[in-house]
Design a protein around this ligand. Structure first.
Ligand code: SF4
Ligand code: SF4
Length: 339
C-alpha cells in the first residue's frame, strides 16, 4: 500500500483532469436519501484494466499534464512529475492493473493544555486503521484475482490514482476535485496493483462529474482559501490548506492559522457535501494525549516514543524527512490550540 496519501495525490491532482470532462451530459449520480447503515458501506470497490491499455492511458495523461490550467505551484508540479505510469522492471508478463477504493475513516484525538481539552480531527487521508498492506494484498489475491500464485505488486506511488479511478469508472469527480465512489462518497483511499493475472478488461469511459455538482456550490462557498472558481473546474492547488500544512515552513500568505481545523489536511469541502450525506460518521477516537505530551509537541521537542507513536497514528502522512515531521506537527497543532 502506498504511503503517499498526501492531498496532492488524493485530491488535487484530480483537478488536472477536469478540463477533459464533458460537463453537459456526463452524469453519474451517487445517490442521496437515507443514511447508510455502516454494514451497507462496502469495504472496497474495484475495477480492472488490461495492461494493453496502459500506453493509451499514459499518453492521455501526458496531454493533460502538459496542458494549460494547472497550478504552477512547485510542490504540486513535483507530485505530478512523479506520476509516470512506470511499471516495475523486474515484473515479467504484466497483464492487468487492479484499481481499488477502500472506505476510510477519520479519527479524533483529545489534546490537553492548561487543563483544557482540545478535540482535534485527523482526516482519513493520514490515518489508516483498516487496511494494512498485507490485508489489502490478501483481499485482492483471494477475492479479486482468485487464481493461486499470481504476482501482485503495489504501483500506487507511480500512477495517477484519481485519473485511473475516473477512467475505469470506479468513481466520479466532484467540483472540489475529489473522487466519489458509490457507497463511500469521497471518504476513500485509492490503490493500484499490477498483476500477471489476466483479469476482465472493463470498458474505459470518459471522466465524469457528479450530477449534483451541476446545481451545487457548497464546497466552493465553504472553502476558506477560495481554491475553487465558478468559471473553471480545476481547483487552485497552490491555495489549498492541505498543501500548506503538509509541508514544512511557515504558512504562506493567504492561509491563516485560524483556517485550520485538522491536524493535517482539510476536510472543509467534504464534510458538508450533499454527496457525502448518506455516509454515517464513523470517526474513531484515539487515545487522549496527555498535557505533558501536548507540551512536548508544542515545543517541538519530542522524545523517541512520542515520535514513533505519532508516526504510527499518521501513517499515511507523506514521507517527509524525519527532521521535518515534528516541526510540521508542532506548527499545525499550535495553530489549532493557540488561536
Ligand atoms: S459540495 Fe456540491 S458542488 Fe461540491 S462536490 Fe459536493 S455536490 Fe459537488
Ligand atoms: S476546503 Fe480545504 S481541502 Fe477543500 S479545497 Fe479548500 S482548502 Fe483545500
Amino acid at each position: 500500500m502506498s504511503s503517499r496519501r498526501d492531498f496532492l495525490k488524493n485530491a488535487l491532482i484530480a483537478g488536472a483532469f477536469l478540463p477533459t470532462l464533458a460537463l453537459p451530459g456526463q452524469r453519474q449520480r451517487q445517490g442521496r436519501g437515507r443514511a447508510l447503515d455502516p454494514s451497507e458501506i462496502p469495504a472496497y470497490r474495484f475495477k480492472t484494466i488490461s495492461i494493453d491499455r496502459w500506453p493509451a492511458l499514459k499518453a492521455d495523461f501526458e496531454k493533460i499534464r502538459t496542458g494549460e490550467g494547472l497550478s504552477r505551484h512547485e510542490k504540486f508540479r513535483g507530485s505530478l512529475a512523479a506520476l509516470d505510469f512506470s511499471l516495475p522492471r523486474d515484473f515479467s508478463n504484466p497483464r492487468s492493473v487492479v484499481i481499488l477504493a477502500t472506505f476510510a475513516k477519520s479519527a479524533v484525538a483529545d489534546f490537553s493544555l492548561n487543563g483544557k481539552n482540545h478535540r482535534i480531527l485527523i482526516p482519513f487521508q493520514y490515518y489508516g486503521d483498516e487496511w494494512t498492506p498485507d490485508r489489502l494484498k490478501t483481499a485482492i489475491q483471494n477475492e479479486i484475482i482468485k487464481i493461486p500464485d499470481r504476482r501482485l505488486v503495489d504501483i500506487s506511488k507511480q500512477v495517477p490514482l484519481k485519473y485511473l479511478a475516473g477512467r475505469s469508472g470506479l468513481g466520479s469527480f466532484g467540483r472540489n476535485n475529489l473522487i466519489y465512489v458509490d457507497g463511500m462518497g469521497s471518504y476513500c483511499l485509492l490503490h493500484a496493483f499490477l498483476t500477471d493475472a489476466e483479469l476482465p478488461d472493463e470498458p474505459q469511459g470518459e471522466l465524469q462529474l457528479l450530477d449534483a455538482c451541476r446545481r451545487c456550490h457548497m464546497c466552493d462557498r465553504i472553502c476558506p482559501t477560495d481554491c475553487m472558481s465558478r468559471s473553471r473546474f480545476i481547483i487552485d492547488a497552490g491555495r489549498c490548506i492541505s498543501l500548506a500544512n503538509e509541508n514544512p515552513g511557515e504558512f504562506p500568505n493567504g492561509i491563516l492559522p485560524s483556517m485550520h481545523h485538522a491536524l493535517m489536511g482539510c476536510l472543509k469541502c467534504q464534510t458538508p457535501c450533499p454527496e457525502n450525506s448518506r455516509i454515517p460518521d464513523l470517526t474513531n477516537t484515539l487515545e487522549a494525549v496527555s498535557e505533558e505530551n501536548t507540551r512536548k509537541i508544542l515545543r517541538g521537542q519530542p522524545d523517541d516514543a512520542l515520535l514513533i507513536s505519532w508516526r504510527q497514528k499518521l501513517r499515511l502522512f507523506p514521507d517527509v524527512a524525519p527532521s521535518d515531521f515534528f516541526p510540521i506537527l508542532k506548527r499545525n497543532l499550535s495553530a489549532l490550540i493557540r488561536t
